[in-house]
Design a protein around this ligand. Structure first.
Ligand code: NOJ
Length: 546
């Protein structure tokens, strides 16, 4: 029996949401770029997989300097992805299939093609139009030096100088990512008011929630002082400059957004979700974002960043459950997204061969943890990262700005393989002149959805079986997790009444920590044995749980 989420009681609390990177999901028009109509075509596939909802990466009009995380209009659809009518059809199709629809919203910065920025460039220093952004005079005799020493996350200075309308070199504006993504000034009340309106625009169209980009951003230290370690963000590619991120005022915005969502819930009893990309150093700090009147959830990235190691996973899980779940929210687990090297490749070890078994084991662990989980498209196919895209194919602004392939994100964004033996693998209609916007390697043939659906040993079947058990087993709902004693390479825990989960992070088989009825495992388990790099779920004999 499925456990439907009752209206108004938090469908998101233990939901599994599938992240759709729209440009790489399915192309219905033959231009080599995925689109909203393609998403509609793929919805039955996701329903079959058994997820509870979808999160759509940005589809707004955008010059695509950061593939839509540079928004030129927050109330429209980029023609490359479709139009508002197509969006409405997508939401209604998703709802008919029982899938919640969460959209991405990008409040920290907009695109330099946004009308507000054009207005600011045309206006004078100190004008109300400039006040929506962070425009400052430069330092140095002629203002030729940036206002402070901050560096941008994607490389280079966090400030760019403009030419004033009269042709003279002028003020500088702040951009924590690329120069095409000017940061908004959230101390200007017009910014906050406009975003309230944007939320309502999409809520009125039926969306079930928002994934909030850079949710620890928005406010900068009011005096914009120099940083002691200006290269920290660029070096770590993480939001660690304490003057630029995680300022206390940001919480006022999440309270305000929560109130807008509650307004809609009060009307129809349906929960809306605010899930934040909250990159802060500790789980305890993250917990502050999911207090009762702020965000419902925040992605917990510490599992994603942990190496394949029992202690590191135990530590990450423990701190999440203690600090985040302690707020009344639920932990939002993630192993993959559009910014990270795919788990099959991350866990591969030197030879790479361990990547698939470990990624399967990690997935079965994540799907057994209390809380919600996000699955990134292709994760259910066991797709490895594409590591050998030629430089000329790369589009990630991190690469374009730094020339370094160290953090390049194109490799996890290659268009999905659906069918066939050669590119475009059903992503783009056969015979269309356009090629997929990133080249697909020949080995994608082993990972097509068609193939995964027919092969019962595929990643897809593992995810499908786990998602189906999540719906059937009450233990996998809100019940707590209790650690069991285990050997150093093994994590073992119970969920609720008698469900036991164990992960062997080592390479060698160990005795199974319980006797009982095996439910599901990421690799074949001989009776009484837990092979290396494997997760298994059992309903334990109660005797073995003392
Ligand atoms: C986080 C998004 O996930 C990433 O793709 C984007 O580049 C940055 N935020 C900037 O918006």
């Amino acid at each position: 029996m499925a456990r439907p989420a009752p209206a108004g009681q938090g469908w998101w609390r233990d939901a599994v949401v599938y992240q759709i990177y729209v440009r790489s999901f399915l192309d219905s028009t033959g231009d080599g770029i995925g689109d909203l109509a393609g998403v509609r075509i793929g919805l039955p596939y996701l329903r079959k997989l058994g997820v509870d909802g979808i999160w759509l990466s940005p589809f707004y009009p955008s010059p695509q300097h950061d593939h839509g995380y540079d928004v030129a209009d927050y109330r429209a659809v980029d023609p490359v992805y479709g139009d508002l009518q197509e969006f409405d059809l997508l939401v209604s199709d998703a709802h008919r299939l029982g899938l919640k629809t969460v959209i991405d919203i990008v409040p920290n910065h907009c695109s330099s093609a946004h009308p507000w920025f054009a207005e600011a460039l045309a206006a004078a220093p100190g004008s109300p139009a400039r006040a929506r952004f962070h425009f400052e005079d430069g330092r140095g005799e002629h203002g030729e030096l940036p206002p402070n020493n901050w560096r941008a996350m994607f490389g280079g200075h966090a400030w760019s100088r403009i030419t004033e309308p009269d042709g003279r070199p002028g003020q500088w504006y702040l951009h924590l990512f690329t120069p095409e993504q000017p940061d908004l000034n959230w101390r200007d009340p017009r910014v906050a008011a406009d975003f309230d309106d944007v939320l309502r625009f999409w809520l009125d169209r039926g969306v079930d929630g928002f994934r909030i980009d850079v949710a620890a951003g928005l406010f900068k230290h009011p005096y914009l002082p120099d940083s002691d370690d200006p290269e920290a963000d660029e070096r770590t590619r993480d939001s660690v400059n304490p003057l630029a991120w995680n300022q206390p005022e940001v919480h006022t915005v999440w309270r305000r957004w929560r109130a807008v969502c509650e307004e809609y819930t009060a009307r129809d009893g349906q929960d809306r979700l605010l899930v934040g990309e909250v990159s802060v150093p500790t789980a305890a700090e993250q917990a502050r974002y999911v207090r009762q009147d702020e965000l419902h959830q925040a992605f917990f990235f510490h599992l994603l960043s942990a190496p394949w190691n029992a202690d590191r996973f135990r530590g990450a899980i423990g701190s999440a459950l203690r600090d985040i779940a302690g707020t009344g929210s639920t932990v939002t687990w993630v192993l993959n997204n559009h910014d990270q090297v795919r788990s099959v490749t991350r866990y591969g070890g030197d030879s790479g061969v361990l990547g698939s078994p470990r990624a399967r084991a990690a997935a079965l662990l994540m799907l057994a943890l209390p809380g919600a989980a996000y699955v990134y498209q292709g994760e259910e196919l066991g797709l490895p990262e594409v590591l050998d895209l030629p430089d000329e194919a790369l589009t990630d602004p991190i690469f374009l700005r730094t020339g370094s392939r160290r953090y390049v994100r194109d490799g996890c964004r290659v268009p999905l393989p659906w069918s066939g033996k050669a590119s475009p693998f059903g992503f783009t209609a056969e015979g269309s002149a356009a090629r997929p916007w990133l080249p697909q390697p020949a080995w994608f043939a082993e990972h097509t959805t068609d193939r995964a659906l027919t092969d019962t040993s595929s990643f897809w079947h593992l995810y499908r079986d786990a998602l189906s058990l999540r719906k059937q087993l009450p233990q996998l709902g809100e019940s707590s997790l209790r650690w069991l004693d285990s050997t150093p390479d093994v994590l073992a825990f119970t969920r609720g009444d008698g469900l036991v989960v164990a992960v062997n992070f080592g390479d060698h088989p160990v005795p199974a920590p319980v006797t009982g009825q095996p439910l599901l495992s990421s690799a074949a388990c001989p009776t009484g044995v837990l092979p290396g790099n494997t997760t298994a779920w059992w309903i334990a004999d109660t005797r073995t749980l003392q």
